[in-house]
Design a protein around this ligand. Structure first.
Ligand code: GYE
Length: 340
């Protein structure tokens, strides 16, 4: 329509009214468009209805600790559903699958990734790809090789060396520095197994009569804990006076093996572990287990708070350490109801 004809038509009754309506409609469409665009640009990256899509790469979802961790992440995402959408992957206990899960999340162009890495090595190329795609990666629960602030944003989790030390100190005190110990290790090449071993070894270092009879991996599972312990009972018999396991599931497996061999776990063989799951606190109350250092799996609130701080442009510390309790017969009953 020529300018002349448009001006002319404005002068003609109902036709003029319909043009005014058209102009208003066009203007308001423009405004809606602008608002949408600034909402997208403001929080960076592709968004669905202005939400951040956040990947959570879990290494596996077996055992109470990991199930509690996954639930905590999912519950927290649900609480913040107006701002976040969680994309969950489960690597089913295979590091190679976890690496490709992370690569898939990058290919989907999520806005950030929470990574609970199974092993300390193997994620180098995936992290490089995330960096190139401008996707920040937050490590939760286990560490990997690399540097915070460069290869990933931060590590959120427990101080595992300290957990091992607390277990070792307890044993030194409880046995007056004399014991024959079986150590059941977590997954080989995981930061947590390395650190829980080192911390424990450090704490018993000044006690030459505390002897580690064997340190063997049982991969954080109850079934392997039982099997490995059965073999070690065959090999070391009554020299065993204490068992230190890197998690509660392995401790519960070891308790089964000890009972089957006619030993009395919690009494003639001290059982000491890490995590603090409900069934471990129950074993402490029954007198079959002596102590467990807490390792809190409920990362949801702190993980999302940290991500929100990051998106606001705040500087994030290289490590965010969550505090842990210590459970033994003095407080197991008190905490049983809040355990997972
Ligand atoms: O102690 C164990 C789990 O990585 C801290 O992994 C975590 C450990 C936890 O399988 O039970």
């Amino acid at each position: 329509m020529s300018r002349y004809r448009f001006m002319k038509s404005l002068n003609s009754g109902s036709q003029a009214a319909s043009h005014v309506l058209l102009v208003i409609a066009i203007l308001s469409l423009g405004l809606v468009g602008c608002r949408k665009e600034s909402g997208t640009a403001g929080s960076g990256g592709p968004k669905k209805e202005g939400k951040m899509r956040v990947g959570f790469s879990q290494m596996e979802n077996n055992g109470p600790w990991r199930i509690a961790e996954t639930k905590s992440m999912q519950d927290e995402a649900a609480k913040r559903a107006d701002r976040f959408e969680l994309v969950y992957t489960d690597a089913q206990g295979q590091t190679a699958k976890q690496v490709s899960d992370v690569e898939d999340l990058i290919a989907q162009r999520v806005d950030a990734i929470f990574l609970a890495p199974r092993e300390a090595k193997g994620f180098e190329l995936a992290l490089q790809a995330a960096k190139e795609a401008n996707i920040p990666v937050f490590l939760i629960d286990r560490e990997i090789e690399g540097n915070a602030g460069e290869d990933y944003v931060t590590f959120i989790g427990s101080n595992f060396v300290e957990e091992g030390k607390r277990a070792g100190k307890w044993l030194v005190k409880e046995t007056n520095g004399k014991a024959g110990v079986i150590e059941l290790l977590g997954t080989p090449n995981s930061s947590v197994a390395r650190d829980r071993h080192d911390g424990f070894a450090d704490a018993i270092n000044g006690s030459p009569d505390i002897k580690i009879l064997a340190s063997q991996p049982a991969n954080f599972t109850r079934a392997e804990g039982q099997k490995v312990m059965e073999n070690l009972i065959q090999a070391h018999g009554d020299n065993i006076t204490a068992v230190y396991t890197h998690n509660d599931e392995m401790a519960l497996g070891a308790i089964q093996a000890l009972k089957a061999a006619g030993r009395q776990p919690g009494k003639d063989v001290l059982v000491l572990s890490v995590d603090g799951q409900k069934s471990a606190l129950e074993a402490i109350i029954r007198g079959e287990m002596n102590a467990t250092v807490e390792c809190n799996p409920r990362f949801g609130p702190i993980a999302f708070d940290t991500l929100e701080r990051y998106t606001r442009g705040e500087k994030i510390e290289p490590k965010i350490i969550v505090p842990d309790k210590f459970f033994d017969s003095s407080n197991a009953a008190q905490f049983i109801n809040e355990a997972y």
